[in-house]
Design a protein around this ligand. Sequence first.
Ligand SMILES: Nc1ncnc2c1ncn2[C@@H]1O[C@H](COP(=O)(O)OP(=O)(O)OP(=O)(O)O)[C@@H](O)[C@H]1O
Ligand SMILES: [Mg+2]
Length: 466
Amino acid sequence: MKKLNLPIKWKLTLWYGGILALILVTFSSGVYIYFQSSLQKSIDAKIKSIAEVLSSSMTETHNQSLFGNFERYLENVLGKKPKGKFIQIIDSSGKIGAKLNDLEAEAVPVSFLTLERALKGETVYETIETARPRLRMITMPILENKKVISIVQVGSSMEDFEETMKRLLIIMIISIITAISATIIVGYFMAKKTMKPVDQIRRAAVKISSSNLDERIDIKGRKDELGRLAETFNAMIARLKDSFQRINQFSIDVSHELKTPLTILKGETELALRKERTNEEYKRSMESNLEEIDRMSNIIDDLLLLSKAETKDIRLNLGRVDLRDLLADVCMNMKLFAENKGVEMVVRDLEDVRITGDELKLRRMITNIVENGIKYGRGGGQVAVSSYLQNGYVCIDIKDDGVGISGDDIKYIFDRFYRADRSRKRESGSGLGLSISKWIAEAHKGTIEVKSKLSSGSLFTVKLPI
Ligand SMILES: Nc1ncnc2c1ncn2[C@@H]1O[C@H](COP(=O)(O)OP(=O)(O)OP(=O)(O)O)[C@@H](O)[C@H]1O
Ligand SMILES: [Mg+2]
């Protein structure tokens, strides 16, 4: 079966309209049937009581001569003139002894089958469908010494009953139609109102593009599911906006970062070409150019690594790494750089521990952090490296007593291109070192934490699982 693609508001409306119709029709049918049967029972009780009174009066009196004025006889026995009734007495041979017909219909057919059953001593109730109006009739045998001496038939017009049932039916149909229409109309508008935010969300989504991320869905304090959906949607747009801004900022930073060495390169080259130079001068100029080219090349390498890391395009070259050897080796290598800066390189207790990791990357991470400690260190100060075990992790502390990092900056130092002090940027580097280090630590399921106070040094702690 083909699925109907009705709007939700219509589906909802039809569903509760349909369910209400089903409930009302079932309930009304029940009421109608109950009413019908109880009305019929009350008619039956009435004709039965008349038949019984007649039956007993006749067995008492035996006075058939009274039939001469049957109407008077009935008035005497029943206490009043019977209205809208058909009453007749039939003797045992089947002859009509007396008859009263206070009905509009003239001929009241008497079925032989009924008479036969009455002659056998049975009381029969029946509805005479052919009479107009219909007739409810009781046929009761009058017994004497267990023998049927005659039969009394009492019929009552069902006109009032039919009229009442017809009215009830009309009232029910009108109420059902009114209730269902009202439900459908009210339901439709309610469903429409409820679904309005969905449409708002859809329209907002259509409008959103990378240049238009200020668009928000106005839900006016709704706290229901749709309100939360809109909120979620708004939060998503905000995150997208943030990401786009970061990408934008990143492009600006990259261009800026590459532009500086290029400008220097250009300036140097132009200067060298301005007049004839000695070989020595050319060599010096080329050397200076090579420095800038190295610098750019490093930035591009770093960026490439970070981009690959971000798209998970990079794999760790895992192996057993002796962390103590690695730390000692890095410190050895950095010793000369530290001495040039007037900083002492101190190696404290190193835990003898082996972990699974990518040796080159781990080396790069530690070098970055130690190098920072030296670069941002204080002349005459020191950078100390130590390691210890803690809850299944090996912790590597790299502590310096240099410039430190302010509370404002510390949140950002792991961001790409972030440098706390931009004015010293030529010597400080490109601001990618800690981003890369953080990625390396996380790729090894570890963390990097930093504690620092401005002008009293910093402590970087790398935690790696063993
Ligand atoms: N030990 C430290 N003491 C004080 N400031 C630090 C220290 N380590 C990092 N910082 C601050 O954090 C910033 C980011 O460090 P990061 O290593 O990412 O970049 P960088 O050293 O400037 O450049 P790169 O490492 O790419 O050559 C640095 O510019 C510096 O301001
Ligand atoms: Mg650095």
